[in-house]
Design a protein around this ligand. Structure first.
Ligand SMILES: CC(C)(COP(=O)(O)OP(=O)(O)OC[C@H]1O[C@@H](n2cnc3c(N)ncnc32)[C@H](O)[C@@H]1OP(=O)(O)O)[C@@H](O)C(=O)NCCC(=O)NCCS
Length: 153
């Protein structure tokens, strides 16, 4: 029988990213993304007043993160990653919805995604994002699909 105390301790929690999280964030990015930002990029993101950076913890382990930029009423999801062994537990969904909830001025959300990234396209489709355009050669080696969600109402 599972121990209720350990079940409680592994419940996911969301909090703002801190600079002390960067070693784990960088490691997660290396596991998850073809072109991680690197430490200099993350430190710039942490400094920007327009950004909301969140991490998801399971117990003591930091297993995912999201970065969004808010300009006017537009929220741009700039990166998102969940460590491979923690996927399909709804954590990316929690990260995206927490970033949206944490940006009450946002009326529209958008992001770019690789056409070949079936997991991310599945996620964003499940979260109500629709394809609204394509950015040619956005990633250099691949186009980006532009996906958007109307947050009003
Ligand atoms: C994309 C990613 C963030 C999804 O993380 P996750 O925590 O596994 O996603 P969730 O468990 O919250 O999934 C929520 C829903 O998204 C969809 N989804 C998630 N992964 C999927 C997959 N591999 N295939 C199809 N749909 C998927 C499903 O509808 C899922 O709901 P369900 O599990 O009830 O079917 C993760 O796969 C990842 O880190 N990938 C590498 C980095 C990346 O691609 N980042 C996004 C760049 S735009």
């Amino acid at each position: 029988m599972s121990d209720p105390a350990s079940a409680r301790s592994s419940r996911p929690t969301i909090r703002r990213m801190e600079s002390s999280d960067l070693p784990t964030v960088l490691e997660t990015d290396t596991l998850c993304l073809p072109r991680p930002w690197g430490e200099v990029g993350w430190r710039e993101e942490l400094r920007s007043p327009f950004n909301l950076l969140l991490v998801l913890e399971e117990g003591d382990a930091l297993v995912g993160h999201i970065a969004v930029q808010l300009v006017g009423d537009e929220l741009h999801i700039t990166t998102l990653a969940v460590r491979p062994e923690h996927r399909r537990r709804g954590y990316a969904r929690i990260l995206v919805e927490s970033a949206i909830t944490g940006s009450p001025d946002a009326r529209f959300a958008y992001l770019e995604v690789r056409p070949s990234n079936a997991a991310a396209r599945g996620l964003y489709g499940a979260l109500g994002f629709a394809e609204v355009g394509r950015r040619r050669r956005y990633y250099g080696d691949e186009d980006a699909l532009l996906m958007a969600r109307d947050l009003r109402g």
